[in-house]
Design a protein around this ligand. Structure first.
Ligand code: AN7
Length: 350
């Protein structure tokens, strides 16, 4: 059967209004890739899978929620969508709006959005506005302006974003034949962890699948849910999750708590280390924020607070490595240059 995107496939599980008019880029249906080499690197025996969300149409998981939010907006003939973004939401909103023939406006924190994301938003035709402030400032602005003018907000405060993003939990259960024992996931504005928990609970009720333990992971410099208070000046190399006041923070804490899991934080070094391990051991290159979940799992495994032995664990990797090439090339410098002959090549490779 042809694959026609998430609304077609999982529509009966999604709470979308009747007027919804499907706008799809055939998002979702991403692979759940076994990662035995990385599991071995952890030094314990367990089954590890990567839910590779970077393989969505615009390169991140945001497309799942965006197909739902923009389809709803298109169905009631909304003319404009707006969002605040650390980059991936912006690119996704811009792409779906383009396909729906709707104007898109994206507010981003000045100088803090990775190249591949900014380029995407521009390519898809969004009006890109930089804010001399943080993501959190931008989010406050788009909430206010969408209350004042007929502009549709497509940040994850929009309930249809959550509906669409539940589908990743459904896919994981459909692939494994059950929910995993543990799901580890990066946390920024906390829409995604909220969606997974809602999705797993829904499948648990409808199909009797088990409920996973949820391990949510923030970056140390942007860890309001770990600290228990907002962070005024969040800072991390994982710019996707450089967020100090998560819109769905309460729900994220609830999801972790109800599932028997937790929300922890990892350092930028731990994030970069795991990015390198995942790429080098499994051939899966994801952007820094994407490995926060895995890095948190590794940290808890190493310091003995969590034992993965014998478990089936899914790590959600939210965005593609090509979104943020600079983080790699910056550290690498320039590849060496040699004369165009075999002798010179032999000298450097043998
Ligand atoms: C790769 O694009 O907030 O906890 O504006 O891009 O649901 O916010 C991005 C978030 C994880 C965190 N991984 O997800 C935005 C934005 C990547 C991301 C997250 C983001 P949420």
């Amino acid at each position: 059967m042809a694959y026609n995107g998430l609304i077609e496939k999982y529509g009966s599980f999604l709470n979308l209004p009747k007027h919804t008019k499907t706008i799809s880029l055939l998002e979702g249906n991403t692979p759940l890739i076994p990662a035995p080499n990385l599991a071995k690197y952890f030094g314990l025996k367990f089954e590890l899978f990567i839910k590779y969300e970077g393989l969505n149409p615009t390169g991140s998981f945001k497309d799942r929620g965006m197909t739902a939010a923009v389809s709803e907006a298109a169905g009631r003939e909304s003319h404009t969508v707006i969002c605040a973004s650390t980059g991936n939401t912006a690119a996704s909103a811009a792409a779906y709006a383009a396909r729906a023939n709707i104007k898109s406006i994206v507010l981003i924190p000045q100088g803090k959005v990775a190249t591949g994301k900014l380029a995407g938003a521009i390519a898809y035709g969004a009006q890109v506005v930089q804010i001399d402030g943080s993501f959190d400032d931008a989010l406050t602005m788009v909430v206010d302006i969408s209350n004042k003018h007929p502009i549709c907000l497509v940040n994850s405060i929009n309930p249809y974003r959550i509906e669409g993003q539940k589908t990743s939990a459904f896919e994981i259960c459909d692939t494994l034949g059950n929910a995993p024992d543990v799901l580890c996931i990066p946390v920024g504005n906390a829409g995604n962890i909220t969606s997974y928990w809602a999705g797993f609970q829904q499948y648990h009720q409808a199909k009797g699948t088990q409920l996973p333990v949820i391990l949510g992971v923030q970056a140390e410099g942007a860890a309001p849910l770990v600290l228990g208070h907002p962070v005024e000046k969040p800072e991390t190399i994982a710019t996707a999750i450089r967020i100090g006041k998560p819109a769905r923070g309460e729900q994220a804490l609830e999801a972790a708590d109800q599932s028997g899991g937790n929300i922890t934080a990892v350092s930028d070094d731990e994030i970069l280390h795991m990015q390198k391990q995942l790429a080098g051991l499994e051939g899966i290159w994801v952007e820094p924020a994407s490995v926060a979940g895995l890095a948190g799992l590794y940290k808890q495994t190493k310091n003995g607070t969590f034992d993965p032995s014998g478990k089936t664990i899914v790590a959600v990797c939210t965005g593609h490595g090509m979104k943020d090439p600079d983080i790699i090339t910056r550290g690498f410098g320039h590849p060496q240059v040699i004369s165009p002959n075999i002798a010179a090549l032999e000298k450097v490779i043998l």
